[in-house]
Design a protein around this ligand. Sequence first.
Ligand code: TYD
Length: 151
Amino acid sequence: MNAGHFTRLHHIPMKSHNISDCRLIDLPKISDPRGNLTFVEGERHISFTIKRIFYLYDVPGGADRGGHALKSCHQFLIAMSGSFDVILNDGTTKSRIHLNRSYRGLLIPPMIWREMDNFSSGSVCLVLASESYCENDYYREYADYLGALNS
Ligand code: TYD
């Protein structure tokens, strides 16, 4: 992790993932006077096979998104346009990452609590996911997430 501000929360002895497993990845950028081009291939630029794509857009000023952890889904987040912050939390350590480049993504493995805020006007957050949507894959209550880390 090469960005963000780390805050110690509390000690949890055993867990499957921590925020040092999150990665900022620079994708290929084909610069062209007609406009730049970036591409991403599953299992080449990111570690998983891409099964689903979704995107957040028309996010009103001051809105928060996220506020969950995923049990098995890996995700890769890109600020396609504009910027926003992702707050990563593994139950022990917190890190705020600012995404503002169309060629840079944040890889988040499973079992990382994430929140998103500070969306700029007109921003678009593209998410590549390793799994289809499944509500059972979510921890939506922080206490449940912490309980799962401790079990
Ligand atoms: P949610 O994951 O809660 O959004 P965020 O955490 O980014 O604020 O999803 C919002 C709603 O959209 C929720 O009812 C589930 C639904 N949803 C799908 O049906 N399919 C999807 O792929 C995603 C990501 C969400």
